[in-house]
Design a protein around this ligand. Sequence first.
Ligand SMILES: Cc1ncc(COP(=O)(O)O)c(C=O)c1O
Length: 361
Amino acid sequence: MKIPFLDLSRMEESLKSRLKSRFSEVLEAGIFSGGKEVEALERSISDFFKSKYSIACANGTDALELALRALGIGPGDEVIVPAMTWVSTAEAVVLVGAKLVFWDTDQHGLLRPDWEKAVTPKTKAVIPVHLYGKMVDMYSLMAKAKQHHLFVIEDAAQAFGSFQNRKAAGTWGDVGCLSFYPTKNLGSLGEAGMCLAQDAEISEKIRLLLNHGQPIRDQHELVGRNSRIDTVQAAFLNVMLEDFERNQTKRKEIAESYLEGFSGISELTLPEGILAKDHNAHLFVIQTRQRDELKKFLAEKGIGTAIHYPTILPDMKPYFSLGDFPNARNLANQGLSLPLNPYLKEAELGFVIDSVCNFFR
Ligand SMILES: Cc1ncc(COP(=O)(O)O)c(C=O)c1O
């Protein structure tokens, strides 16, 4: 058996044909930037998340950079970022000229609740990352940020469709950033992202920034850039949204089977709260001291796994920073993501579970 970690060519034929026919519609309409598909996507996500403003852009990394710039964060400012996240979170901070301040995560990769110890008079913002799809405790984080007069930029790139007390990931902070990279729970067929904002002025600023600072054509009010979403990606996302809830149900079922299957293995640390609403089951990350051996054992059986992520950011050359970050480092050394996607077949799921159990037997 060959079980890929994720193989997007496995999309169902019915979905493929809906995507093809939507592509034909865009082609016939001849509108490839902006237009009704982009408006529809923004409206759908605003409705789904009860977000006042949803601003589509080119990708999730740009969304973070646009958020920082819209909030006026730049040289001389410090931004608190978890030591374990995808590189974009740190990259965006450096790109706007601000100083990165790393803080350790908890055992499961979420910004450790004592992050406020990193606050200095120069701190302007904190970026909680809802890693693997699990939301940071936003009540507590928002209260602390308010106390220290900090902006909150949520990196919700992995948490599309996670809700804490019915409030969507990305709608708690000043700006929430989403990624529609193809592997995400809602993925495009290329690159796309979005900023969520609840304030009209911030939303307007983001819109200006991502379109060369133009409120209307040929009128440039500030130095912006081009980070517009492709119309065709917005169109694909509108189709993908039709299947989102059904795919979420499948993801949760798979996560539940893994939890049941591995419940007796004392050597494994399992993801916490993955069946709850504030986790969208984006990734199923198990932790074990024998991570590398297990990864190899599974590969020999044809099972694809992944590591999110093998190196913590403060250890990377461009972001080097002194500090211990023990939890983040543990996760980098012990975390292993098992296949979890709507295209995983029942027999494959059973085989993955049996194989992991056999390794520890
Ligand atoms: C935590 C996190 N932040 C930011 C991003 C950046 O998104 P994109 O790949 O769309 O630029 C990603 C996605 O890969 C991510 O996982």
